[in-house]
Ligand binder design. Sequence first.
Ligand code: SAM
Ligand code: SF4
Length: 400
Amino acid sequence: MLETPYPTIESLYVHVPFCAQKCAYCAFYSEASNGEVIERYTDALVREMELCAHELKPRTIFFGGGTPSLLNLKQWEKILRAMERLQLLGAEEFTVECNPATVSPDKARLLRSFGVNRVSMGVQSLDEALLDRLGRIHSREMVFKSFDVLRKAGFDNVNIDLMFAIPGQTMEIWRATLTEAIALGSEHLSSYEVIYEEDTPLFAQLQAKEFDVDEDLACEMYEELIGRAGGAGFWQYEIANFAKDGPQAEEQVPSSKFQVPEAEFPSRACRHNINYWRGGSFYGLGPSATGYVRGVRTKNWPNTQLYCEQLEKGQRAIESREELSPLARAGETAAFGLRMVAGWPFEDFRRTTGHDLRGEWGDELKQLTERGWGRMAPERFQLTRQGLRFADAAAEMFLR
Ligand SMILES: C[S@@+](CC[C@H](N)C(=O)[O-])C[C@H]1O[C@@H](n2cnc3c(N)ncnc32)[C@H](O)[C@@H]1O
Ligand code: SF4
């Protein structure tokens, strides 16, 4: 193995760019699956892992997509065996994103046996008509069945993704979805308001005025989400992310969990994403994946064919590299970290970026506090509940 003078990178993201069918709202890079292309991708990914393994010692791994669960058993086994050979297994947190239509008992057991210990399942809604409207390939029943399959395979850390403010979704439908999703008993919940991404069918429908956007209803749905998640034992630790906090959580916390838990994050919070939000380094492998290593941001070609061609020549498939000034980078890091309920502890910020949050951005912190969007504590700065709602506007203030 090569010697490296640099510290090893502890987070690994792998992008799997295939979906059975493109959903109406989604702008993530993925294409309709095709057996031959997936085989070629699998080999290229193993090659990319070989090129990077010498400086990787992942504590968190996240296979996202696209739909990683679309890969078949043989393809998964090839990837996981390569990771074993390259000593990339053994992460504390190893997540794989799954679509409920593509979870099978064999696949779940295989993943679990190689150390995958967290599954993130794209549910979006439990209303059959909305699932259809969104172009999802699965039914409600498949969600319940897949969740059961995951539990039986030994997964005790499962996330569920939901979306709200979907065209046609009433408050009543949203409440029913929340009730049923919470009743599944997952350890983690991510819930995003629909974003109208350009070049998606949903965006085109919006442009064609096929429906109206009701911002007030979207706000009420978000409030409902926060209330219901809190009441069910979830701590909100980021704008759209909620996690449970070990077996004692229910008796330990009251219904409103908008506060920093003792250990800063609930125990089932996603470590991989916390590393992103807190400005940590990570490798990104696979078509379109971004990475952030030694202050340089890289992006792989968002084109599976080009990606494979590069790796077949023995080269990384990097489309672009960007190195920000340390101050610009610190500004971005400040903005990202403030998406978290725990905000930024000043000492952590200084250790990560080399800059003093109170010194460099003192005026901004003061403005945010005066507006009621921010709260200054002796050891940290955090956005208030109101501030978190305007986190994008708050983030702008930190960019240099
Ligand atoms: C890569 S997908 C999840 C895994 C898998 N591909 C699936 O959909 O079942 C990541 C998540 O981002 C969210 N998402 C994607 N596009 C979105 C959009 N335009 N607006 C809001 N949320 C979106 C969805 O909740 C989705 O589950
Ligand atoms: S939401 Fe998931 S399944 Fe749907 S197109 Fe995007 S990545 Fe694929």
